[in-house]
Design a protein around this ligand. Structure first.
Ligand code: IMP
Ligand code: MG
Length: 337
């Protein structure tokens, strides 16, 4: 059996979706189940020339042979879910734990209408903060209370347990990133829940002793969207000049770009219980590395960067993404097994 968690090591948008999609094709999980806050998350997955942005459905959807589950810790917006299931044609493969909290129109109005959340914190306006607040107050409906979700309902922890007992592979995907964890991030400029690997296990009802690997995803040039401290942030004209520009999947806001943060990477790896790390965007360290699929073909500049990053993180870097497309990746996990 093998159960791995994939989480973001910086402020979100590290490229977890692409890493999950790659691992899924390589390791053939029977279940890909997501944790994290809810539809404030945006994953972009590029397959060939087609780009998909998803907020509710696990980003592993591109791997066709896995059940796609949403763990009980996650907030579900039934409208977003319905839209994505139709857009992606994944009906019959998507399951929602019956205990998931529900986001209502009222939660969205409260999120967008709140000067504190929308302006000071720079929330995504997806209703997650108010919905988690209602959930803590024991006021929130659950997935099982909504007739339109009846066809998706599942006991996700039980399905995962069954799969693991049959010696199958299960992937648990995190959302957001370490720096916006309610517990460990830059409070109050954080999201409405912890985002570390322990939380992702809890979100899916998987006990800590059942986890074999925690893969923490870092991007060579971290980004942050929304307000809050970002110690390695670059001036926008500098990152623009480097050709680095990113826009949020959910809000389309321009992302703030920063340089590699070794001390944050180390602390994040520690709290996440990292066993292996993934680095995305190595082609931004050296453009000559774009699309490379073998470690030996990386340039010295890229290898030097990876050596320093591995020293900072304190755990082996086993996955290196060299471009946005699914196949543009170096996978040296075998060398560390
Ligand atoms: P909220 O989670 O919508 O309440 O937003 C709180 C803060 O977390 C804001 O700065 C958001 O931009 C940020 N945030 C929430 N989810 C994500 C994500 O998936 N990626 C990156 N930033 C996020
Ligand atoms: Mg994102």
């Amino acid at each position: 059996m093998s159960c791995s968690i994939i989480v973001g090591g910086f402020f979100g948008d590290e490229g977890k979706g692409k890493i999950v999609a790659h691992i899924a094709h390589a390791d053939k999980p029977v279940i890909i189940s997501r944790g994290g806050v809810g539809p404030n998350a945006g994953h972009t997955v590029q397959v060939g020339t087609k780009e998909y942005g998803v907020r509710m459905v696990p980003s592993g959807f591109v791997y066709k042979d896995a059940k796609l589950c949403i763990g009980s810790g996650v907030l579900v917006d039934p409208r977003v879910l319905k839209h994505e299931v139709e857009m992606l044609g994944v009906k019959g493969r998507v399951f929602v734990d019956r205990r998931c909290g529900i986001i209502t129109e009222e939660h969205i109005a409260r999120d967008k209408g709140s000067a504190h959340l929308a302006k000071k914190i720079g929330s995504t306006g997806s209703g997650c903060g108010p919905a988690n607040s209602d959930r803590v107050m024991r006021l929130s409906p659950q997935a099982k209370d909504l007739p339109e979700l009846a066809e998706y309902l599942m006991d996700v922890p039980k399905a995962i347990d069954d799969a693991l007992k049959e010696d199958k592979v299960v992937l648990l995907e995190g959302t957001q990133g370490f720096g916006i964890s309610l517990y460990y991030g830059t409070y109050p400029f954080v999201t409405s829940k912890d985002t570390s690997a322990s939380q992702i296990a809890a979100d899916n009802g998987v006990g800590p002793t059942r986890i074999d690997d925690v893969i923490v995803v870092f991007k060579a040039y971290p980004t942050r969207v929304g307000e809050g401290p970002f110690s390695t942030e670059m001036a926008a004209d500098k990152s623009d000049a480097m050709g680095i520009q990113e826009f949020g999947t959910v809000t389309h806001r321009k992302r703030r770009i920063g340089g590699w943060d070794g001390s944050m990477a180390r602390y994040s790896a520690m709290i996440n219980g990292c066993t292996q790390a993934a680095i995305t965007g190595i082609d931004r360290v050296d453009k000559a590395c774009f699309g490379i699929t073998e470690y030996g073909k990386l340039t010295k500049k890229a290898k030097d960067f990876l050596k320093q990053a591995e020293e900072d993180i304190g755990y082996p870097i086993t996955l290196i993404s060299t471009g946005p497309e699914l196949t543009q990746i170096i996978d040296i996990r075998d060398e560390h097994r």
